[in-house]
Design a protein around this ligand. Structure first.
Ligand SMILES: [Zn+2]
Length: 92
């Protein structure tokens, strides 16, 4: 399923608006939406070339996407651990 890209299609797919907030990393206004699976997803709303309001997940542009995603947090953690272990190999 393609991710819904308008408010109307979000609502049709059982997403619901939760709150607006400022991303602490990017200092831009984002909207938090409840997903059908019970998660909360940060979205950026903007106008496309046809002046239609569309949204994209804020992960795509966020300076610190791991803040919003457990999956990305895990990935970042794994990367950090991999870097640390390769550093210690380098020292040996
Ligand atoms: Zn951000």
């Amino acid at each position: 399923m393609a991710f819904p890209t308008t408010r109307q299609s979000l609502e049709e797919h059982s997403y619901s608006f939760k709150e607006s907030k400022i991303c602490p990393s990017c200092e831009v206004t984002i909207e938090m939406w409840n997903t059908p699976k019970g998660n909360v997803m940060p979205l950026d709303f903007k106008l496309d070339e046809h002046q239609v309001e569309i949204c994209v997940p804020h992960f795509a542009t966020c300076k610190n996407p791991a803040m919003y995603s457990r999956r990305l947090q895990k990935k970042a953690q794994e990367k950090k651990e991999a870097e640390e272990s390769s550093e210690s190999l380098g020292d040996a």
